[in-house]
Design a protein. Structure first.
Length: 86
């Protein structure tokens, strides 16, 4: 297997995985941001799963979604540049 084909496989794997991760964290962000009703202490109790969510998770999900979106943008740019140069 030559180097060019290996680079292409790595870039496409990175493209698809970062797309999935950014979508998962983005959906989690929107769900926690708009779908949960936090109390004055910043906590939300989900009665179906018996889990308490903290409002600080919104910042974490947003940060992770942004990081993976930036990695995705860089990866797609590298893929486009590689395809254009061949």
């Amino acid at each position: 297997m030559n180097i060019r084909k290996m680079k292409r496989i790595i870039l496409w794997t990175t493209n698809l995985s970062t797309l999935v991760f950014s979508m998962v964290f983005g959906i989690a962000l929107l769900t926690r941001l708009y779908g949960s009703k936090y109390n004055s202490e910043g906590k939300y109790f989900d009665e179906t799963d018996s889990v308490v969510y903290d409002q600080n998770a919104v910042l974490t999900y947003g940060t992770l979604a942004l990081i993976f979106a930036l990695i995705e943008l860089i990866s797609w740019t590298l893929t486009w540049r590689q395809k254009r140069s061949t």
